[in-house]
Design a protein around this ligand. Structure first.
Ligand SMILES: [Zn+2]
Length: 257
């Protein structure tokens, strides 16, 4: 397998397979091809082993990757004896490139609990389209038509609702709500992992036109940056080795946040 040399550390290529990028934190990078194959973007999903052999999956990539995702999860869980158990799906937000594979995951793991922020429920469960969000960013008008189709209609009974500051799953996860990109999230992050002192967060989000509230998004980024618990942020649309504090501070300076 190819080795990617990124910044201070080396990781193994995780294209289509889960690879441990921090102790008990595994990442699988998938490719989402849009606009008739003109653009390909990485979509990372994460598996976190939070207790003994229990795992939580963070995000589910695009529907076109659903079969690949299920097979990657299955093979990761089968690596230990006894095999791991997937207990929870943590929804950062319900955009199609983050939730598209969830239906296949739920078919494979029907007992799975879905964890989502309370403000994400209308989009996750009630078929409210993201195009209805109020925007302070005029470029969002270009994204509105692309966000007009709801992706999921989960039964609310399947969802464990969380709020900012909640500590969940045996203390392995702390929720930081970061509004801007969606009513709750910026750069695709809901959950800040505090596993063994490492952290993951989606800093390099999608193009700004998909983020209706730019001012709120900037405040959310500063909120994350000023949190002292993490050492590296892993972005949902960045298959590289993650961003350390210096990168994040530099990024925030660049955008004037
Ligand atoms: Zn998004």
């Amino acid at each position: 397998m190819a080795q990617l040399k990124e910044k201070q550390f080396t990781i193994t290529s995780d294209l289509g397979v889960f690879v441990e990028i921090r102790k008990d934190l595994f990442r699988c990078t998938q490719v989402y091809t849009v606009m008739a194959s003109l653009i390909s973007i990485p979509c990372c999903v994460f598996l976190a082993r939070y207790s003994e052999q229990k795992y939580a999956l963070v995000d589910a990539s695009h529907n076109s990757n659903a079969t690949l995702l299920v097979s990657a999860v299955r093979s990761q869980l089968a690596k230990t004896s006894p095999p791991g158990t997937l207990t929870h799906f943590l929804c950062t937000h319900a955009h199609r490139d983050h939730i598209g594979g969830l239906h296949a995951i739920l078919e494979a793991y029907p007992e799975l609990r879905v964890v989502a922020h309370e403000e994400e429920l209308p989009f996750l469960c009630d078929q409210t389209p993201y195009s209805t969000q109020p925007a302070d960013n005029w470029t969002f008008w270009f994204a509105r038509p692309l966000l007009s189709t709801p992706i999921t209609s989960l039964d609310r009974g399947m969802v464990d609702v969380v709020s900012n500051g909640d500590v969940i799953l045996d203390g392995a996860f702390r929720v930081i709500s970061t509004p801007g990109h969606t009513p709750v999230l910026v750069g695709d992050a809901l959950v800040h992992f505090s596993l063994t002192g490492s952290a993951t967060y989606s800093l390099s989000g999608p193009p700004i036109l998909f983020t209706p509230n730019d001012a709120e998004a900037r405040r959310s980024m500063v909120k994350i940056a000023s949190d002292g618990e993490w050492d590296t942020l892993f972005a949902a649309h960045d298959g590289s080795g993650g961003a350390v504090r210096k990168d994040v501070d530099e990024f925030l300076r660049k955008i004037g946040a």
